[in-house]
Design a binder for this molecule. Structure first.
Ligand SMILES: Cc1cc2nc3c(=O)[nH]c(=O)nc-3n(C[C@H](O)[C@H](O)[C@H](O)COP(=O)(O)OP(=O)(O)OC[C@H]3O[C@@H](n4cnc5c(N)ncnc54)[C@H](O)[C@@H]3O)c2cc1C
Length: 473
């Protein structure tokens, strides 16, 4: 590693090779400070050419690289193992927006651009980049692409995969694969960029992406509905979908304990409706006309109240009220962490199966861990729930694993996914391997072997390494 470090300095400059423990520290631990490792060093190249040179150098020295963008990933995919022999490859200095073409509906952003910066740049050009998630002030485009991030607007605009027109990728041998196409149609063989989207740094290093922009909605209506049961919540979503079609950009489910916890713990929040209710929906609809949508929403809500499915509701009158509704939705985990530990999850089932999943997990809680509180919330419109468990601080890890195992069993019974949008990383690698078919696992290993024959790109993430690592010098 010593020789590798020295040669790296010649490529990126000495100040961009971080070797001291205190300089490495913030790259070695994840966002919630729950998982960490130790790297030999952190490398911060500033251009695609520098990334390519570093990857070629790592290949020559047999040094494993852990790509990292904003380090907000939730499955420990962007942090090193405990060996102290891997090098973190931080993309944060590749932070230029290379081009914006509002008429062509795209922009080209480098991997280190913060998502929020990209959203703002698109907004200034009169367009919208619709990817939006709780970590948008910190996560970066390279990480969004590598995890195929989802977020709040998947219902209308799809996952990151649907928002990428082209990619620039550095391959494991240090060559640059230029797939920076700006085309909406291109059926010229295999769509290679899709291989890298969601590959979590195991098949190549994303250095830039052509991102699809959409029309900027001019009128947006955000409303909060209280319902008595999960069945009503799912039914109400279906009714709203019938009424508003693709104008619905978000439909989030929140449980009563989650709402009350956020109100109790986070300063300045008010319950959007006057009384506590068992379940809540936070819905956002938007269109490109200036006005007329709010009236349509109110008319539809009147119909729903008349049918008795909505118990209470509120429409945000201004941006401050809208933000507060979203803060209640986003703040639950933060609030739960103030009083104990949170066992997080990210599962998906068919939308119609959501009530069954939640009911079955509630029913199993007394045997899994009677002291745990289930706080389900999430993107109910696309079947993705974060079925989080609040547990007392220092709850033993075997109890936490038991809760997740119980949840995953119920997800399996319903033919769901145990990782809807956060990816596999190191945390879910074995759980995924136990669930995918042998044919699927073999194909995934073959792809890995083809693109990264020496196994130096993020080893141990997504797949268990099949061959021993080369010993770095
Ligand atoms: C508060 C909070 C809310 C969140 N909400 C959501 C949500 O709603 N939806 C959602 O999908 N996720 C969510 N996440 C998870 C996380 O924000 C996303 O996974 C995000 O896309 C990660 O981006 P990042 O830049 O932080 O990537 P990192 O954490 O740096 O990396 C994530 C993975 O991508 C790899 N990687 C990073 N950059 C590159 C690159 N340039 N080339 C190749 N591989 C690379 C890493 O090795 C790692 O495996 C949330 C996280 C937090 C903390």
């Amino acid at each position: 590693v010593q020789a590798f470090a020295e040669a790296s300095r010649a490529i990126v400059g000495a100040s961009h090779v971080l070797g001291a423990a205190e300089d490495r520290a913030r790259y070695e631990v994840d966002f919630w400070r729950q998982h960490g490792g130790t790297a030999a060093l952190v490398l911060c190249p500033g251009t695609t050419a520098e990334v390519a040179a570093i990857v070629a150098l790592a290949a020559a020295h047999g040094v494993a690289l852990v790509p990292q963008a904003g380090n907000t990933g939730l499955v420990a995919g962007g942090i090193p193992d405990g060996s102290g022999r891997e090098a973190i490859l931080s993309l944060r200095r590749l932070d230029r927006i290379r081009r914006i073409d509002p008429a062509g509906d795209y922009l080209i952003a480098e991997a280190g651009c913060i998502l929020e910066t990209v959203q703002n740049a698109a907004g200034e050009a009169g367009r919208m980049f619709p990817l939006t998630l709780g970590a948008e002030g910190s996560c970066r485009i390279g990480g969004n692409v590598a995890t195929n991030a989802g977020g709040n607007n998947v219902l209308r605009y799809g996952m990151t995969r649907n928002l990428v027109l082209g990619l620039e990728v550095v391959l494991a041998d240090g060559s640059v694969l230029d797939l920076l196409r700006r085309l909406h149609k291109d059926n010229t063989g295999y769509d290679l960029k899709q291989l890298f989207i969601g590959s979590e740094g195991t098949l190549g290093i994303v250095t830039a992406a052509v991102l699809r922009l959409v029309a900027m909605p001019r009128e947006r209506v955000t409303f909060w509905l209280a319902v008595g049961s999960l069945d009503d919540a799912v039914h109400l979503f279906a009714q709203l979908r019938n009424a508003f079609g693709d104008l619905i950009s978000a439909c989030e489910l929140i449980s009563s304990p989650g709402v009350e916890l956020a109100l109790e713990r986070l300063p300045g929040l008010r319950r959007p409706v006057s009384e506590p209710h068992p379940w809540h929906l936070l819905v956002e609809v938007a269109w490109t006309f200036d006005s007329g949508l709010r009236e349509r929403v109110e008319a539809e809500l009147e119909r729903q109240f008349a049918e008795g499915r909505c118990l209470d509701g509120a429409v945000a009158d201004n941006e401050a009220q809208r933000r507060m509704m979203w803060r209640v939705r986003e703040g639950q985990t933060e609030a739960a962490m103030q009083i104990g530990d949170v066992v997080r999850s990210d599962v998906a089932v068919a939308v119609g199966d959501i009530p069954t999943l939640v009911t079955r997990v509630f029913d199993r809680l007394p045997t899994l861990a009677p002291f745990a509180t289930l706080l389900p919330f999430g993107h109910v419109g696309d079947g993705n729930l974060h079925m989080n468990f609040a547990v007392p601080r220092n709850t033993p890890s075997e109890v936490k694993l038991r809760l997740l195992d119980g949840l995953f069993e119920e997800v399996d019974r319903l033919g769901g996914s145990i990782s809807a949008e956060h990816g596999v990383g190191r945390l879910k690698r074995d759980a995924i391997a136990a669930r995918k078919s042998p044919a699927a696992m073999t194909l995934m290993h073959r792809l890995k072997d083809t693109l990264d024959p020496a196994g130096l790109l993020n080893p141990g993430v997504v797949l268990t390494p099949r061959r021993p690592f080369l010993d770095p010098d």
